[in-house]
Design a protein around this ligand. Structure first.
Ligand SMILES: C[S@@+](CC[C@H](N)C(=O)[O-])C[C@H]1O[C@@H](n2cnc3c(N)ncnc32)[C@H](O)[C@@H]1O
Length: 236
């Protein structure tokens, strides 16, 4: 496993044609609706005054756009490698009053370049693309960017504690092939290939241990689906 970011990550290629992932979101195959409801009900999310948000692997910025009011005083920075995803994000958020900043870059490289802090750093279904050593580099970078009374929110694919990658990926692919409604056969094959080649999820317990090593003091598991595919954890 490498200690540095791959010079040319391939994890974004599946998302270069955003329409396919958009179908997955709209069908709620990856529980975006529950994630949005949970974040919306999490009281510290809506802060008085200005909110500076950093969204890593933002995709089309759908989740943040659903939780926050377009009129809120938000400074939003979205980072993604996919030009197509960023174009969708830009179109979605240009209707708001927010101050927008989109960066087409690898997450690990972008984390090094920020000055100042954010009230909220969000990473949704993005950090599982990183190898384990890269996840640690990312969390250390994120820790430095979270403001004193801010938080880091991660929602992602997360196996059961103690479940290895292979059985989890087999369970996940079974779900994609037998339960997800939105995809045709070709799209199912592409999705399976993307998952098998690019996804390296770790469990809630592993994220919590890693976050402790990276100097996050507190955590709360806000959401876990009944099949133990996904989870949402907040760190501060
Ligand atoms: C599954 S989508 C998630 C999008 C959105 N955050 C959501 O919650 O639905 C993963 C996103 O991460 C981006 N991505 C994957 N690896 C990346 C990397 N190393 N650096 C930046 N973006 C990356 C992809 O291009 C894609 O838009």
């Amino acid at each position: 496993m490498s200690d540095t970011a791959p010079s040319d990550p391939k994890s974004h290629e599946y998302f270069d044609v955003w329409d396919l992932y958009e179908k997955i979101i709209l069908e709620n195959s990856m529980r975006h609706r529950e994630v949005i409801d949970t974040i919306g009900q999490w009281s510290p999310y809506k802060r008085a005054g200005k909110t500076r948000i950093l969204d890593l692997g933002c995709g089309d910025s759908y989740v943040v756009s659903c939780v926050h009011d377009g009129g809120d005083d938000v400074e939003y920075t979205g980072v993604d490698l996919s030009e197509d995803a960023l174009a969708f994000a830009c179109k979605r958020l240009e209707k708001t009053n927010w101050k927008l900043n989109f960066i087409q870059a690898d997450i690990l490289k972008a984390l090094d370049g920020f000055k100042g802090t954010f009230d909220l750093v969000i990473a949704g279904y993005a950090l599982h693309h990183l190898l384990d050593a890269e996840k640690e580099i990312a969390l250390k970078g994120i820790r430095k960017l979270v403001a004193e009374d801010g938080a880091f929110l991660i929602y992602d694919m997360m196996p059961r504690d103690g479940e290895a990658r292979d059985p989890y990926i087999r369970r996940f692919v079974h779900d994609v092939e037998n339960v997800w409604g939105a995809l045709d056969d070709q799209q199912r094959r592409e999705t399976r290939k993307h998952i098998e080649e690019n996804d390296f999820p770790i469990s809630p317990g592993q994220w919590i241990d890693l976050a402790k090593d990276c100097k996050f003091d507190r955590h709360e598991l806000l959401y876990r689906d009944e099949n133990a595919f996904y989870a949402l954890i907040v760190f501060a």
